[in-house]
Design a protein around this ligand. Structure first.
Ligand SMILES: [Zn+2]
Length: 146
């Protein structure tokens, strides 16, 4: 009797799992893996320079747009935004996103939050985030990063 009961429970659970996995043929939302934020994934960028960004993006529903936002955490509402809606990243299922975002000379220094948002053509949207430290560049001569 006990064996039958647990068999039935297993059957019900398997049925639920099957149902959960077979709701039509909806495509998975985009997957984003931020691989590098700043050179060597340092999470540091300098005012007046740019920030190197790399991410692996997988979108079964094909990429419609990529949106990058860097928002200053001090609460002053300062933001750096950039968006891609055409070009090599758009309309594909897989891409290696690699861009350099300019940090304007009037950007305040401090901690920023980076958001990378990917929307697909099926109406799905995913976001990855990371922290970035935006600093005033070192003014010493001969100190220039490559
Ligand atoms: Zn780069």
């Amino acid at each position: 009797m006990k064996k039958i009961a647990s068999f039935l429970i297993a059957l019900v659970l398997a049925g639920l799992f099957f149902a959960a996995c077979n709701r039509g043929d909806e495509l998975a939302p985009p997957k984003i893996l931020l691989t590098e934020v700043g050179h060597d994934n340092s999470h540091v960028a300098y005012i007046g320079d740019d920030i190197h960004l790399e991410a692996d993006i997988e979108a079964e529903g094909r990429i419609k747009s990529i949106f990058v936002e860097l928002s200053h955490e001090a609460g002053n509402g300062y933001k750096i935004v950039e968006e891609w809606t055409s070009g090599k990243y758009i309309g594909v299922k897989n891409t290696e996103f690699h861009e350099h975002i300019d940090i304007p000379t009037n950007a305040p220094e401090g901690e920023y939050h980076l958001y990378l948002t990917v929307a697909d053509r099926e109406g799905n949207q995913s976001q990855a985030s990371a922290s970035v430290d935006i600093r005033t560049p070192n003014q010493l001569p001969n100190v220039r990063k490559s």
